[in-house]
Design a protein around this ligand. Structure first.
Ligand SMILES: *[C@@H]1O[C@H](CO)[C@@H](O)[C@H](O)[C@H]1NC(C)=O
Ligand SMILES: *[C@@H]1O[C@H](CO)[C@@H](O)[C@H](O)[C@H]1NC(C)=O
Ligand SMILES: *[C@@H]1O[C@H](CO)[C@@H](O)[C@H](O)[C@H]1NC(C)=O
Ligand SMILES: *[C@@H]1O[C@H](CO)[C@@H](O)[C@H](O)[C@H]1NC(C)=O
Ligand SMILES: *[C@@H]1O[C@H](CO)[C@@H](O)[C@H](O)[C@H]1NC(C)=O
Length: 461
């Protein structure tokens, strides 16, 4: 995404190593972000926590100078004749977090701005919580609770402030793929349950083969390869709607990162890949409780709120089988229990994600059952037990205008039919072109991250 202005920078020492390389123009300094781990005896600060920007947002240029390897939505095919040559010839650069990407931290708070104009215009971002300079922080959520404060008051229709866990390698894939010289420090190794094909470097190789620039996104395209892994969405939200959603995968290593091609990635047949792209979502509005979440509603999105997510197992152990994912909120010192499904003629009143909740909602809504096909909560839990990386992002949606989160979807469905209405945003909203033009100052603030034993990460006044 970056280019012109940087070309004038002085050349500094240049890498001669093989593989996806590291640039030397801008030192990579991870903004610090403190967070806490909690037990019955209290919470302890991890004051040396930090975040790293995903590699896809970074400037990638030739190791022998500052010619772009990738500009806008295309690779430079004279340098990147194929994936192997490209990753040998090209480096990813350090990031100027605030100036270029609109990413700032202060104490335990992280602010992600939507549109940031410097030499280039940057749209959105994706960052990871680090355990050290070169490794992602790994979490096993089973029999644990994950909590954070979110401020979505400046996130309108069409935007998504997302907090989720994916089963990436702790080192970004460096040890499994020695051609990857950048590793977690430079935010490599991303994967999720959509098996995204817009990732520039996968398994230490550039995704050059078959690369097609996106017809409607000047910064993105898709290559032949995708990158799949299990994904647990804690929080996908704007000020209008929110959802939490497990997405299991049957990759060759219990949901861990696996490069895919063709049908494995879920193309052309969406539900025949190795991951569950739909998930089993709990969106209060979609579940029939329309006054629960939003501006001035029970959970008031005009104000900061605490979001608590609990991962219960069959035997109250971190090695147990995942059986239930519970949600509660704390706002103004008051605990607010999750809303309940409100389809009395179709199902019992569920207030959490369980196997029965997933079976009943998929059936009632006429949704595909890829969640069950990919192993459901049990497979999600098997993946969580292996360790997941925490992702925090802000994004707009060039595929479906975020209408699956905050409007009627499919847009021609009858909104009175259970499952169609997901929020109050108009079906005409969420076009990235409009959102970027009308809400450049949109932002999300995540703060006060806590991880620990069930019931220990929040307090009520
Ligand atoms: C700080 O990071 C190191 C690894 O870099 C880790 O071993 C240590 O536990 C961390 N300290 C705290 C307080 O989190
Ligand atoms: C592509 O790379 C070649 C070789 O380094 C360079 O001459 C050319 O200017 C680059 N093209 C673009 C669009 O950056
Ligand atoms: C797990 O903990 C819950 C809540 O404390 C308790 O009700 C339940 O009986 C426990 N289950 C097992 C198998 O120990
Ligand atoms: C919990 O159950 C799992 C199987 O579901 C078993 O492997 C594990 O040993 C159990 N853990 C404890 C502490 O009972
Ligand atoms: C944008 O392009 C993608 C294909 O790259 C397509 O799937 C999607 O429907 C398009 N979205 C819009 C809003 O045109």
């Amino acid at each position: 995404m970056l280019s012109a202005a940087y070309l004038t920078f002085l050349l500094t020492s240049l890498s001669v190593a093989r593989g996806q390389q590291v640039g030397t123009n801008q030192a990579e300094t991870h903004p610090r972000l403190s967070w806490q781990t909690c037990t019955r005896s209290g919470c302890t600060a991890n004051s040396n926590g930090s975040i790293a920007l995903d590699a896809n947002w970074r400037w990638t240029h030739v190791t022998s100078g500052y010619t772009n390897c990738y500009t806008g939505n295309t690779w430079n095919t004279s340098v990147c004749t194929d994936g192997a040559a490209c990753s040998k010839n090209c480096a990813v650069e350090g990031a100027n977090y605030q100036q270029t990407y609109g990413i700032t931290t202060s104490g335990n708070a992280l602010t992600l701005k939507f549109v940031t104009k410097s030499e280039q215009t940057n749209i959105g971002s994706r960052v990871y919580l680090m355990a050290s300079d070169s490794r992602y922080q790994m979490f096993n959520l089973l029999n644990k609770e994950f909590t954070l404060d979110v401020d979505v008051s400046k996130l309108p229709c069409g935007l998504n402030g997302a907090v989720y866990f994916v089963q990436m390698d702790a080192d970004g894939g460096m040890s499994r793929f020695p051609n990857n010289k950048a590793g977690a420090k430079y935010g490599t190794g991303y994967c999720d349950s959509q098996c995204p094909r817009d990732i520039k470097y996968i398994d230490g190789e550039a995704n050059v083969a078959g690369w097609q620039p996106s017809p409607n996104d000047t910064n993105a395209g898709t290559g032949n390869y995708g990158t799949c892994c299990s994904e647990m969405d804690i929080w996908e939200a704007n000020s209008i709607s929110t959802a939490y959603t497990p997405h299991p995968c049957r990759t060759s290593n219990s949901g861990g990162q696996q490069r895919c091609t063709g049908q494995q990635c879920g193309t052309p047949i969406r539900h025949d890949g190795i991951c569950d792209p739909d998930g089993c979502d709990f969106n209060s509005f979609r579940m029939g409780e329309k006054e629960f979440y939003g501006p001035g509603k029970t959970v008031d999105t005009n104000k900061k709120m605490t979001v608590v997510t609990q991962f219960l197992t069959n035997n109250n152990s971190t090695t147990g089988t995942l059986t239930e994912i519970r949600r509660l909120y704390v706002q103004d010192g008051r605990v607010i229990q999750n809303s309940k499904t409100n389809f009395p003629n179709l199902m019992p009143a569920y207030d959490s994600i369980t196997g029965k909740f997933c079976d009943d909602t998929k059936k009632a809504f006429g949704d595909a059952t890829s969640f069950q096909k990919q192993g459901g909560l049990q497979q999600m839990g098997a993946g969580l037990a292996k360790g997941h990386v925490l992702v925090l992002s802000i994004w707009d949606d060039h595929t479906a205008n975020m209408l699956w989160l905050d409007s009627n979807y499919p847009t021609d469905g009858d909104p009175n039919k259970p499952g169609i209405a997901r929020g109050t945003c108009p079906t005409s909203s969420g076009n990235p072109k409009d959102v970027e033009a009308q809400s450049p100052n949109a932002q999300v603030i995540y703060s006060n991250i806590k991880f620990g034993d069930i019931g220990t990460t929040y307090t009520a006044r």
